[in-house]
Design a protein. Structure first.
Length: 134
């Protein structure tokens, strides 16, 4: 099948497929005319990559996961470690986002939203905000 059909079946764009190929995560067969010819195994790999990326795994983590998936003598401990590391990173990012959200909510609350020229939000962004509440 061609790249457009493989993309459709895997839920990806042709650009994403070319990226994965450039990263060495996928090696589709090349026809005599130079076009990529994808098989069912390639589509399976693309779906695997899509799901892993949807779960937040990096390209390098996807490379490791694919290698583990294809290794018949693998230990699940490595897979679990990769997943637990990803969960910790997501938790860290969620904490960062919660902190940012709280700061922004505080700024929004301090703004009257009226016709006055002074704006606590803009003052804060410019580093001009006083420490006391307005």
């Amino acid at each position: 099948m061609n790249i457009a059909e493989a993309a459709r079946r895997a839920g990806l764009t042709p650009k994403a497929i070319r990226f994965y190929e450039a990263q060495g995560l996928l090696r589709p067969h090349r026809a005599a005319n130079g076009y990529r010819a994808f098989g069912e195994g390639d589509v399976h790999t693309l779906k695997f990559l899509k799901r892993a990326r949807d779960l937040g795994f990096s390209v390098e983590e996807c490379r490791a996961l694919l290698a583990l998936y294809h290794e018949t003598e693998r230990s699940n401990a490595e897979v679990k470690q990769l997943a637990e590391n990803r969960v910790r990173e997501i938790d860290r990012r969620l904490a960062d986002l919660a902190s940012i959200r709280d700061a922004l909510a505080g700024l929004a609350e301090s703004c009257k939203g009226d016709a006055r020229q002074d704006c606590p939000i803009l003052e804060d962004l410019a580093g001009e905000r006083r420490s006391s509440a307005a």
